[in-house]
Structures are given as C-alpha cells and as structure tokens.
Design a protein around this ligand. Structure first.
Ligand SMILES: [Zn+2]
Length: 138
C-alpha cells in the first residue's frame, strides 16, 4: 500500500473522530451540554428526604406492632423530624434560587408626574417622560 494513502487515511480518521473527542473532553458525560440541571442540586436532598421518611415509617410500624413503646417512638423520631425540617429549609432555598424572578408588572395609570423633572404628563400609557426622557418606572 502506498505510504501516502496510509497518511491520508490517518488524517481522514482524525477528522472523523474530532467532533466526538471534542464532545467527550469538553463536556462531562453525565452533564448536559445545555447547562446545569436543577435536579442535579435537588436530587441528593430529595433522596435524603425520602430516606428519612422511610426511617420514620419503619419507626412507626415498629411502634404499631408493639416492638417499641410510645416514648421510645417519640424519642427516636425527634432527630428524623429535625432532619426533615432542615432538608425542607434547604430545598426551599435551592428552589427559590433556581426559579426565575417573576417581574411584577408595574401598574400604569392615567396621568403622572415625572419624578425627575417634575413635569406633568397626561399621556396615558407613556413609560418615559417626554420632557427629560427619564423612565417613570424607576
Ligand atoms: Zn421628566
């Protein structure tokens, strides 16, 4: 076989593999190329929560079957309940961080006075002062 042909084969395969290699090294296989998934942060917390709930259920079934007394049940469930409360706080914190801020619509009434230059504007839906150009939403 011609040595030049081998050389061209190698170049051809390099070009063919380049996009796959780029994808493999640039992005982690587990991570989405479209940005970080919210569930990635939430899922360990949710997992912990369901584990804690399972433990509580086990405790309750032990109590109902008479393996432990009511006092033992209550004492044993306190740490789990505290854990649940902590998880709940963390979950709401993560959720409020990741959810986009909702912009409250500014109510636009009829006449208004410019807060910058003080001129009276009777253009009903004007968002900017026609005199000085400052926004009325500021
Ligand atoms: Zn003005």
């Amino acid at each position: 076989m011609d040595l030049l042909l081998v050389f061209y084969y190698l170049i051809f395969f390099a070009i063919l593999l380049a996009p796959f290699l780029l994808f493999h090294f640039k992005f982690h296989e587990t991570a989405s190329p479209f940005g970080k998934d919210d569930n990635e942060i939430l899922s360990p917390l949710l997992q912990k929560k369901s584990n804690t709930l399972d433990s509580l259920k086990d405790l309750r079934s032990d109590f109902h079957s008479g393996k432990i007394t009511e006092e033992e049940f209550q004492n044993a469930s306190i740490p789990y309940l505290e854990e649940l409360e902590n998880l709940e706080v963390k979950l709401t914190a993560v959720k409020s961080q990741s959810s986009p801020q909702v912009l409250t619509p500014v109510k636009i009434s009829e006449e208004w006075t410019c807060s910058n230059c003080g001129s009276y504007i009777n253009v009903p839906r004007a968002k900017f002062c026609p005199e000085c150009g400052s926004t009325r939403l500021a």
